[in-house]
Design a protein around this ligand. Structure first.
Ligand code: ATP
Ligand code: MG
Length: 653
């Protein structure tokens, strides 16, 4: 990172803005007054939000920050997280309300009411106890998006064991390093999983991963595909044998508010995965509050759908903990969005009358590439709020989402947060904010974020720099598992003097003081002394009708320091005219942003390297642009894409 120019150049000129309808505002969960209330008494505000939960023992103190950067929230309070997500709703008379409308990829389906979920979670908790799992033990979970995945997480929470969920698509090596790092006692997996219309093995990968893994005593296997699996006697047990034999009553013990809840390894966009540690009371408070406020969720009325995988933090907070704490009825879908056809999501929305839909920009751009005629065939009139998370959303993608999915009536909330923050931090509020396409806008009531320069001084409106969080928040990480030094170095050393949490993202304020995320600080390009954000150049490229997706990197250049290299995927309707296409797109960027941002090189590629959560891994593209062997690819969703990209490029040259 260079120190020469503190401010990112403010290049965007997005000026569109959309106010929520009067009707939406009138019925909204949250009003603008919440910002003031939380600003006046932050701790009082959070105490009020913690009142959404049921506590076994109340707290003595809302926040103890004396051990910074490790916070203690709701000190002295105790609760059981699983009880809060399941049992209390049953006790309140909602046993028959559907918690999960589960849709399997091959078309099978299962509805689980809160009453049934309680039974499943209690049995699984009893099963884990019978396998010797106790409070504080670690359980690794590698499962497809099936109800047992949610049940397994809640069962761990119920007995005070920490879960560490690993993406279903991760390699044996990636699973093994996570199992070893956390010294997991039990691994929960399935025989196989359905992906793209086919059954693929899962346990075989787990077996390979666990050869010689010393900490693992038991592998608990859910039957999903029915395919043959090999069996390690004395280690492997079937879920349907062990769990279903258990009693369906289990008394949930209350744990301290700071009792660890889970470890989750970050997606690894930037390097070696970090085991992010989250605890109970503060995490669940912010999960429930944000799910209520940001999605305007109403229990018993809305049908909510978050399309994330549970292997990602979004699946933890916005499929499991937030929605279930708020007694949501939600859709959980197992498979890929184009199986068996490209309208699958819209078909599910129409059938289940989904009213809140939360997805990622990568998927929105994919839907754009497939064409607006596909969603147009379905009745999407049940939708009322749309959300986005994971990457900066390009304004054109935001506009497309609003128009073609939201029928120009649904507020779109662009939610910024991280594995480390545990829950949403910066986002419009659907019934309050005049939304701007591409901007996450403002820290939520109770949260404080700033954009600062190199010295940690807040930049003025219109200025750019680094995103920091300058006040502790309830769902904040409590550390990196087993590596306190890395925790301090990564997040707290950059602005140690001010005590700011360094998010690692570049951001800017517009003239109204709204926040625009500009991508990772490590990805910011330095072109002839100008700092240019990858996000802005990518958004300019995506605004060209021929471009479906774009990823931009700064590659070292002997004259300009760095030159911009753009990798683009063309839309289905466009053809690659070689240098003509490149020239057209270069000129388009020059018009949209300015000549300084013109890519040196534009490469048309069939695919982009992405993590399982759909984030572009720019460091691998930088390796290509600088003619290096690509670095660590183990966290890629599809490890063969790098070959496709490089083979395609070699053909062109
Ligand atoms: P690693 O930290 O291991 O590199 P990661 O950062 O990809 O992995 P996550 O915690 O899933 O893992 O992602 C958080 C990051 O995603 C943020 O720091 C930011 O860069 C990006 N992000 C998430 N939501 C948004 C958003 N709404 N707008 C812009 N960027 C976002
Ligand atoms: Mg990160």
């Amino acid at each position: 990172m260079t120190e020469q120019s503190p401010a990112l150049d403010n290049l965007s000129t997005e000026t569109r803005s959309f106010v929520p309808s009067a009707e939406f505002v009138a019925g909204a969960n949250v009003s603008g007054e919440w910002y003031e209330r939380a600003g006046v008494d932050r701790e009082g505000f959070w105490a009020e939000q913690a009142g959404r939960l049921s506590w076994e023992r109340g707290w003595d103190r809302v926040l103890d920050w004396s051990g910074a950067p490790v916070a203690r929230w709701f000190v002295g309070g105790s609760l059981n997280v699983a009880y809060n997500c399941v049992d209390r709703h049953v006790e309140a008379g909602f046993a028959d309300q559907v918690a999960i409308h589960w849709v399997g990829e091959p078309g099978d389906r299962r509805d689980l009411t809160y009453g049934q979920l309680r039974v499943e979670v209690c049995r699984a908790a009893n099963a884990l106890v019978s396998l010797g799992v106790g409070s504080g033990d670690r359980v690794a979970i590698q499962l497809p998006m099936i109800p047992e995945a949610i049940v397994a997480m809640l069962a761990c929470a119920r007995i005070g064991a920490l879960h560490s969920v690993v993406f279903g698509g991760f390699s044996p090596a990636a699973l093994r390093s996570r199992v070893d790092d956390a010294a997991a006692k039990v691994v929960i997996t399935s025989d196989g999983q359905y992906r793209r219309g086919k059954a693929a093995p899962m346990k075989a990968n787990v077996d390979e991963a666990l050869a010689g893994a010393e900490s693992v005593e038991t592998v608990l296997v859910v039957r999903r595909t029915g395919d043959e699996v090999s069996w390690v006697q004395g280690r492997d047990v079937w879920w349907h044998e062990v769990v279903e034999a258990q009693s369906d009553s289990h008394t949930a013990e209350a744990f301290d508010a700071e009792h660890p809840l889970f470890i989750l390894y970050t997606s690894g966009t930037t390097g070696k995965p970090k085991g992010i540690l989250h605890t109970s009371g503060g995490y669940l408070t912010q999960a429930a509050y944000t799910h209520h406020a940001v999605f305007d969720h109403r229990a018993g009325e809305d049908v909510y759908w978050c399309t994330a995988d549970i292997g990602w933090v979004t699946g933890h907070t916005y499929i499991v903990y937030g929605p279930l704490a708020n007694r949501a009825t939600q859709v959980v879908y197992e498979g890929t969005p184009n199986t068996p056809h490209e309208g699958r999501h819209w078909e599910i929305i129409a059938e289940h009358k989904v009213s809140i839909y939360y997805t990622a920009p990568t998927l929105i751009r994919t839907f754009m590439k497939w064409g607006a005629d596909i969603p147009a065939r379905y009745d999407l009139s049940s939708l009322r709020v749309l959300g986005s998370v994971g990457e900066p959303i390009n304004p054109e993608a935001w506009m497309w989402y609003r128009e073609h999915i939201g029928g120009e009536r649904c507020p779109v909330v662009d939610t910024w947060w991280q594995t480390e923050t545990g829950a949403i931090m910066i986002s419009p509020l659907p019934g309050v904010t005049a939304a701007k396409p591409g901007s996450a806008q403002r820290a939520l009531p109770g949260i404080s974020a700033k954009v600062v320069d190199d010295q940690g001084v807040e930049v003025p409106p219109g200025g750019g720099g680094y995103l920091v969080l300058d006040e502790p928040w309830p769902a904040m990480l409590r550390g990196i598992w087993g590596d306190e030094q890395r925790f301090r170095d990564t997040y707290w050393s950059r602005f140690a003097e001010q005590g700011f949490y360094f998010a690692g993202d570049g951001a800017k304020y517009d003239d109204d003081g709204d926040i625009w995320l500009l991508g990772r600080v490590d990805d910011v390009m330095n072109i002839s002394g100008h700092r240019i954000s990858t996000t802005e150049v990518e958004s300019a490229l995506v605004s060209h009708p021929d471009v479906a997706e774009a990823a931009v990197v700064g590659a070292t250049d002997p004259t300009t320091g760095q030159g911009i290299v753009a990798f683009v995927i063309l839309r289905g309707t466009a053809t690659d005219h070689g240098t003509d296409t490149a020239t057209t797109l270069r000129n388009h960027v020059a018009t949209e942003i300015g000549p300084i941002a013109k890519p040196r090189q534009i490469l048309v590629v069939p695919e982009l390297p992405k993590t399982r959560s759909g984030k572009i891994m720019r460091r691998l593209l930088r390796d290509i642009a600088e003619n290096r062997e690509p670095g660590d690819v183990t966290t890629l969703a599809d490890t063969t894409v790098m070959d496709h990209i490089t083979t395609g490029l070699n053909k062109n040259t």
